[in-house]
Design a protein around this ligand. Structure first.
Ligand code: FO1
Length: 318
């Protein structure tokens, strides 16, 4: 079975680990969000691609869900000694190697998709990891801080500000000129099922869908598209998805996120048991809905969620 998954960072990566356990025979292609990418110290950092690669490749810092395990920060502290920032983004020594290799290959003319494939040769994540685009897309956030309105990089909003102020607008800069990376449209066209994991619906899945051609390809794929709510009990399971949902006028509920994706895209939607009451509202929107446990407390729980999503896809296909 060919499965395509649109993945963001931590939630998407943890779901994928469950999917691999639930469907070990499946051929999984991950379309990864690159809107979180940031250029630091002359290096290109791809947080969401690296989180998938490290999580499935066994190198992730499990507690954080990002960065490497057994990490040290000598380079970061030496940079700080030179007064070279930013200090708020924790790049570890092991992680630096990934960004150096990536930047070296990009400078040699390799597209991000080829670079990602090369990095995955080492990590062997067990999925095909494609960036959503080889073109530069960076999510920026409009905020008002101390009475001053400004637009900052997503990572500064997310990590330095901890999303502590309202996101007045979230803009995937460059998305409208970006093209799907090689293999992305083909993977969607040949998929047997397409999954939206519990990633951030605005800055992760939303950014992938903002690349012209991807939303249309999914809508026209003619196979079941099933999503899992990242919102449980009117609150995001992790991260601060509610902050960016507000920016696009979507309330932080499981049903609102399903409606946000829309029945033109989604055939099925899984909500957590605590949101069982919202099932009728989702079904009224033309999306088949089931309530199942959605807390990814461990790989087995994530595997159960993946099985429920695949079962719903078969129910929808029938
Ligand atoms: N998130 C943080 O909250 N603090 C950090 O210092 C931080 C550093 C970091 C370094 C590399 C990387 O790949 C991810 C990193 N993240 C950090 C996570 C990142 O902001 C988020 O994982 C994604 O951008 C959102 O999905």
């Amino acid at each position: 079975m060919r499965i395509v998954v649109l993945a963001g960072g931590i939630g998407g990566a943890r779901f994928l680990r469950g999917l691999q356990q639930a469907a070990p025979e499946a051929d999984v292609t991950v379309i990864g969000n690159t809107g979180d990418d940031i250029h630091l110290f002359g290096l290109k950092v791809c947080p969401d691609l690296d989180t998938v690669m490290y999580t499935l490749g066994g190198g992730i810092n499990e507690d954080q869900g990002w960065g490497r395990q057994d990490e040290t920060f000598q380079v970061k502290s030496e940079l700080a000694a030179y007064g070279v920032g930013p200090e708020w983004f924790g790049l570890g020594d092991r992680d630096f190697a990934t960004h150096i290799v990536r930047t070296q290959m990009l400078s040699a003319g390799y597209p991000l998709s080829a670079v990602t494939e090369a990095l995955c040769d080492r990590w062997k994540p067990g999925v095909r990891l494609l960036p959503m685009s080889d073109d530069r897309v960076e999510t920026h956030v409009a905020v008002t801080v101390d009475g001053e309105r400004k637009v900052i990089h997503f990572q500064e909003y997310w990590v330095r500000l901890r999303a502590s102020v309202a996101a007045e607008a979230v803009v995937p800069v460059g998305a409208d000129q970006a093209e799907p990376a090689p293999g992305v449209l083909e993977a969607i066209a040949s998929a047997d099922v397409i999954l939206f994991p519990p990633s951030n619906p605005v800055v992760s899945v939303g950014t992938i869908l903002a690349v012209p051609g991807i939303r249309e390809a999914i809508a026209e794929a003619g196979v079941p598209v099933v999503g899992l709510s990242p919102i449980v009990g009117d609150a995001p399971v992790r991260g601060m998805a509610d902050k960016v949902l507000a920016a696009v006028g979507v309330e932080a509920t499981a049903a609102a996120v399903a409606r946000h994706y829309g029945s033109g895209l989604l055939d099925g939607w899984l909500v957590d048991l605590v949101d069982e009451a919202s099932v009728p509202a989702v079904e009224e929107a033309g999306i088949v809905c089931k309530a199942v446990p959605l807390m990814m407390t461990d790989v087995d729980a994530a595997a159960e969620m993946a099985r429920a999503a695949l079962a719903l896809a078969e129910e929808v296909r029938a």
